[in-house]
Design a binder for this molecule. Structure first.
Ligand SMILES: *Cc1c(COP(=O)(O)O)cnc(C)c1O
Length: 397
């Protein structure tokens, strides 16, 4: 399928090999184990000398179709999947890190990832250094001090900062580090980090890949020798993606390009509208020309994404009044769904952090994160506009 364009791959890749009985869609194989009458065949499959399935914690045909599809969309040699995005992140880090190792990362990683770095890895004797997210000189300086892993995210959650991936990946490789990036916010439609020089790109498939907020999953893509090691860690430690979730993610991915194209366009229009609203203090969207990372985003992304955030006058009070008036936006955690989702990071992605920790990460308590859905753009803008008009004037400071 490598000769086809990404949107065609999203439909066809990974599926043909799993079809049986003339079915046109991949079956959900719920079987936990796979039986063989021929002892030699069984042994050959169990020892990896022949393709096939043995036990559901290791591999599954429906899950394999999902992995193969993501792998092709990221232009990777191999991919392996997980029960959640956080499992993809923790299993990948645990595969490669040893006591005494040093990780260089950024302050603005996803809340759960930040917890791994602050709470869990130090217990295993791994030293983690946090750089100012878009301070490339600081990141390069810390890399030059030596590290085994460089862990990135771009665009970041929730203020959409942009890292020059090519530049820092090169710095990482100069000191022999493994370069890992969480590509969830961009999705493979808008950004393919392997082309920019990173070693491993991982996704919370729960978000854009699935796209319907009805299945949890995670995936990591990269060179086969790296993925083999991560797969081995996961098959033993057991954070396996379920067959049903694999199917839902596989189905969601068929419309990935249509959805993300519409979400990119909607997010841009919403961001432009917010810039004109007198209640809005700041709008964070890499598609806006005055965004600090706009030029880098333009260079390394194919689209600016469906995520944005904005802060409002009157802070948290205004947020509490505004959100219930927004009717075309689910007030919920998560993102990347076909329906628009809004929420304050202090309640959603960064709820694990203290107000002090959030402040240190540059996250105002009155920030609203907006995950654009695929609704009609006029409806979305009218909905935000009428919600602002319902705010009590005394909040406006
Ligand atoms: C949601 C998310 C994760 C975690 O994924 P889960 O599927 O919820 O475990 C990791 N990174 C980013 C950027 C996310 O948005």
């Amino acid at each position: 399928m490598t000769q086809y364009k990404p949107s065609t791959k999203a439909l066809w890749s990974g599926e043909q090999e799993q079809l049986r009985y003339g079915a046109t869609q991949v079956p959900v194989v719920h079987s936990v184990s796979y039986g063989y009458e021929d002892m030699d065949e069984w042994h050959a499959i169990a020892t990896g000398q022949r393709e096939g399935h043995i036990y559901g914690r290791n591999t599954n045909p429906t899950t394999q179709a999902f992995e193969d599809k993501v792998k092709e969309l990221e232009g990777a040699e191999a991919a392996t999947s997980f029960s959640t995005g956080m499992a993809a992140i923790s299993n990948t880090l645990n595969t490669f890190l040893r006591p005494g190792d040093r990780v260089v990362t950024i302050k603005d990683t996803y809340g759960g990832t930040n917890k791994i770095f602050t709470e869990f890895l130090p217990k295993s004797g791994v030293d983690v250094v946090f750089c100012e997210t878009d301070d490339h000189e600081e990141i390069e300086r810390e890399i030059a001090n030596g590290c085994q892993v460089l862990y990135l995210e771009s665009p970041t959650n929730p203020t959409l900062k942009i890292i020059d991936i090519k530049r820092v990946a090169k710095a990482g490789h100069d000191v022999g580090a493994l370069v890992i990036i969480d590509g969830t916010f961009a999705s493979p439609v808008n950004q393919n980090p392997l082309e920019l020089g990173v070693d491993l790109v991982l996704h919370s498939a729960t978000k854009y890949l699935g796209g319907h907020s009805d299945a949890l999953g995670g995936v990591v893509c990269g060179a086969k020798d790296l993925i083999d090691q991560i797969y081995h860690y996961r098959e033993i430690n057991g954070a396996t993606l379920s067959p049903m979730a694999s199917y839902l993610l596989l189905r969601g991915m068929k419309t990935l390009h249509l959805r993300v194209k519409q979400q990119n366009a909607n997010a841009m229009k919403v961001a432009q509208y917010l810039k004109t609203n007198e209640w809005v203090e700041d709008v964070f969207y890499p598609g806006l020309q005055d965004h600090k990372g706009h030029d880098i985003a333009k260079k390394q992304m194919k689209g600016f994404g469906g995520m944005l955030s904005f802060s409002v006058k009157g802070g948290l009070e205004t947020v509490h009044h505004l959100l219930p008036h927004m009717k075309l936006a689910k007030k919920a955690a998560s993102l990347g769904c076909v329906q628009t989702i809004v929420g304050p990071p202090r309640t959603t992605s960064h709820v694990e952090c203290t107000p002090e920790e959030r402040a240190a990460m540059g996250i105002p308590e009155g920030l609203i994160r907006y995950s654009a859905g695929i609704e009609d753009i006029d409806d979305l803008i009218n909905d935000i506009d009428q919600a602002f008009k319902k705010l009590p004037k005394e909040l406006y400071v």
